[in-house]
Ligand binder design. Structure first.
Ligand SMILES: *[C@@H]1O[C@H](CO)[C@@H](O)[C@H](O)[C@H]1NC(C)=O
Ligand SMILES: *[C@@H]1O[C@H](CO)[C@@H](O)[C@H](O)[C@H]1NC(C)=O
Ligand SMILES: *[C@@H]1O[C@H](CO)[C@@H](O)[C@H](O)[C@H]1NC(C)=O
Length: 320
């Protein structure tokens, strides 16, 4: 019989295994807290307002902030028109970034410029093993296509105000994004109009299939059609934690301004499982602010959202 002698005590083989097992178990919470960041902070990109006023030059719709906060993240606004150095410092302080929907130019806005800087920094970081997730919603999804293939290859679709069910692809089951969704919710997403679309531009499947840069970078997880054109509605990158939805996961729970925004229990679950997924991705990143003071000064808590009275698309907006 194998025998282990430790500080004058003698253990049998079975006792040794039990001892090692106990050490392993007691180490687990410690080990996982080292590689998981339970205080994630995600940047949300601001964009130009259509008619600027004093103190209202750029904005973030509050629903994107609530979306991330609902899953346990704090939010930092990423202002437009900052220097490259400022963006680099911020990049190394936050754990992920979200490009919201809206109407900024995909090629010449402050939104597009900042999105490109963070995209390039994220590629570089992920390449050296510094996991940094990027999420694009609607305009943000479209911005990702421009950043990946270097040009605007979108086509016009009749999708500016409609809730749709998702047409899942054969890639969905093995996707990172949808893997943690409850099977029941996946069935509902595939059969009920739970995803709200507010876009005039889309990445058509035929463009995707003929564009090697997009095809090599992203796998398509769902498609939709406006009756004529089949377009990509959800994608994730093959080799990077980059995700995009042409639909709006944040609106179901947090926007009440349009009759076509779904608010059923399954629609609300769609908001939360999507947020939970992305915030969990951000928990894998260990960037942090240099000091607690810097962190406090950067958080969106320093700003107050304005109730817009349901005019336009958003209930509440942060103006900068
Ligand atoms: C950003 O810079 C552009 C070009 O210099 C300027 O027109 C715009 O007003 C600036 N916007 C904000 C929000 O600072
Ligand atoms: C656009 O889609 C809506 C349904 O979402 C439909 O009622 C309308 O007729 C369509 N318009 C065109 C020009 O196809
Ligand atoms: C999914 O289908 C496409 C087109 O039919 C095919 O090229 C691809 O290999 C399939 N992927 C998987 C994971 O089965």
């Amino acid at each position: 019989m194998a025998i282990l002698k430790v500080v004058g005590m003698t253990f049998t083989c079975r006792e040794t295994i039990m001892l090692l097992f106990c050490i392993f178990i007691s180490c687990l919470p410690f080990c996982s807290s080292v590689t998981r960041n339970d205080r994630p902070i995600i940047g949300v990109l601001a964009q130009e307002v259509r008619s600027p006023k004093p103190n209202q030059n750029s904005y973030i719709a509050a629903s994107y902030v609530k979306f991330l906060e609902s899953a346990g993240s704090r939010v930092v606004p990423v202002m437009i028109n900052q220097t490259l150095e400022e963006y680099k410092t911020l990049f190394n302080s936050i754990n992920g970034i979200l490009y919201p929907g809206g109407a900024a130019s995909l090629t010449s806005s402050g939104y597009a410029r900042a999105a490109k800087i963070f995209y390039d920094l994220a590629i570089e970081a992920n390449d050296r093993g510094d996991f940094f997730p990027v999420w694009g919603t609607c305009l943000g999804f479209e911005q990702l296509t421009v950043l990946t293939c270097g040009e605007k290859v979108l086509v016009n679709t009749n999708t500016s105000g409609v809730a749709l069910h998702l047409e899942f692809t054969n890639e969905t089951a093995n996707s990172r994004l949808f893997r943690g969704f409850p099977p029941e919710l996946m069935k509902e997403l595939a059969s009920e109009p739970l995803t709200e679309n507010s876009h005039k531009w889309s990445l058509s499947m035929s463009t995707y299939n003929s564009n090697d840069e997009l095809k090599n970078f992203y796998k398509v997880l769902s498609t939709n059609t406006d009756g004529k054109i089949k377009f990509v509605s959800t994608f994730e990158a093959h080799d990077y934690p980059f995700y995009g939805t042409q639909w709006h996961p944040e609106k179901n729970a947090f926007e009440w301004t349009k009759p076509y925004i779904p608010h059923s229990p399954s629609a609300i679950k769609t908001t939360f499982y999507t947020a939970e997924f992305f915030v969990n991705e951000a928990r894998k990143n260990l960037h942090r602010f240099d000091s607690e003071e810097e962190e406090k000064g950067a958080l969106i808590y320093n700003h107050s959202p304005v109730y817009t009275g349901g005019r336009g698309s958003f209930e509440q907006i942060y103006y900068f």
